[in-house]
Design a protein around this ligand. Structure first.
Ligand code: ATP
Length: 142
């Protein structure tokens, strides 16, 4: 089977609720919860792509705090094996109503940081979330 590569960028977006507790933005596609992300366009910087995809998929405006790292995974589509790389950024919520992108996203929602690990579906997302928590501790947000 032929292999193809895909490159996406996404965000772990956080905000503080009225009590001052940290919440994290997750998306649901069917029954799978993950972080918003999407294809990097040709020539597009990774950070721009990540912010654009967060906005397109969830309606949320965010700003980048720092780069968290990349993950990769494989999946099959038609006659291809796809090797996918995703670059993630920690982002701070700036504004915007949550509006899930109609065609692709079933739900988008902020969850308390303590609940996120058990809601996430994919091991690679759990790894990125661990880094996000470390980063939030480092900058004194939690
Ligand atoms: P994008 O959101 O980057 O535009 P997409 O929606 O086309 O991409 P993916 O979200 O990568 O595609 O999903 C493609 C396949 O890979 C699906 O079968 C999905 O269940 C699976 N998948 C998605 N994320 C992961 C992951 N982190 N680890 C393993 N498999 C994943």
């Amino acid at each position: 089977m032929e292999t193809k590569w895909e490159f996406s960028a996404g965000g772990v977006v956080y905000t503080k609720n009225e009590k001052g507790d940290i919440e994290i933005l997750l998306i649901r596609v069917k029954n799978r919860w993950s972080f918003p992300k999407g294809n990097i366009e040709r020539g597009e910087p990774k950070d721009k792509a990540a912010l654009r995809e967060v906005k397109e998929e969830t309606g949320v405006d965010a700003e980048i705090v720092e780069y968290l790292g990349e993950v990769d995974y494989w999946y099959s589509m038609d006659l291809y094996r796809i090797h996918k790389f995703v670059y993630y950024y920690l982002m701070r919520y700036k504004g915007g109503q949550i509006t899930p992108q109609k065609e692709e996203i079933d739900e988008a929602k902020f969850f308390p940081v303590d609940e996120v690990e058990s809601i996430l579906t994919y091991p690679t997302d759990k790894k990125i979330f661990e880094r996000a928590v470390k980063s939030l501790k480092k900058i004194g947000e939690i």
